[in-house]
Design a protein around this ligand. Sequence first.
Ligand SMILES: Cc1ncc(COP(=O)(O)O)c(C=O)c1O
Length: 341
Amino acid sequence: MNFFSQQLSKKKTDLLLKRIGRVVAAEQFINGPEVGDLERKLSDFFGVEAVTCNSGTDALMIGLKALGIGPGDEVITTAFTYFATIEAIAAVGAKPVLVDIDPQTFNIDASQIEKKITKKTRAVLVVHLYGLACDVAEVARICKKHHLKLVEDCAQSYGAKSGGKLTGTFGDVGCFSFFPTKNLGAFGDGGAVTIRSKAVLARFKLLKNHGQPRKYVHQIIGGNSRLDTIQAAVLLEKIAWLEEDLAVRRARAQSWFKKYRNHPNVMALPEQEGHTYNVFTLLVHDRKAFVKELEREGIPSAIYYDVPVYKQPAYVGLFGKHAPLPHSEFAAKHVISLPIH
Ligand SMILES: Cc1ncc(COP(=O)(O)O)c(C=O)c1O
């Protein structure tokens, strides 16, 4: 068993190859009709206008830029996330201000946000880690009260809901990744944003395509973050399977619960309602012993993440010697993830 293997059926593989074949035949590899079709599908799904780009990292970075966030601004976010969340904040020249996590959900502890707000705070960037929504309604309330932008990192939470509402529809910008292992995964890199404001949306579209409102007219300096037509075609096919795919993840989660509910080394299982299990992560007392046991059974595992972001070598300059955030430190030492496909 491979940790990431999705074991697509022959029928699904054939459907995907047919879609790709159509793009190859049409030779419209950039901005082909599939890209627009996918954006319409995403917009319908979320009920908010959606635009594609070429990764979740770009979705975050260009999303922040489109909101006008940059040097001198502070963005409050979680200390326990993938490197890219912080990277996007740093890339636009803003300062990430870290908040510890709620130990039950691994997501930002909303009750700790207000004390981190300063005159420079412009936004809160939440992450719906592992496919479980954070307390995003509460964060939205705080943002409204303090006139802050809310950005959602939904890289791991496509299809996840909080109080019946999809993640990515609470904030000013919702950022998605279509990295192959995500809930909706392409056959390469891909990303998208959901954006409420027409002005921010227009700016995002310019920034992701060399600042061009039309061909060879460049209004602002942007870059190239277009989603390839082939990836759009793959996603258009796979989007129809989302509910089925999420059900597979939930069924697999149930089998892990059954196996590990009474295991002496297991501290907590991810049994929260609404979890989409992009990553199935549990807490164990002794991680080394647990990995050894898994290896004996031929079960691969992974660790997301073994250090809080402020301990990443690349961020030494950014955070200096950051005071330890206890729940993030604890999670980094005790989390372990099992295959979920
Ligand atoms: C929480 C989180 N944010 C951002 C990203 C970046 O997405 P991408 O790999 O598509 O750039 C990832 C990808 O793993 C992620 O897990």
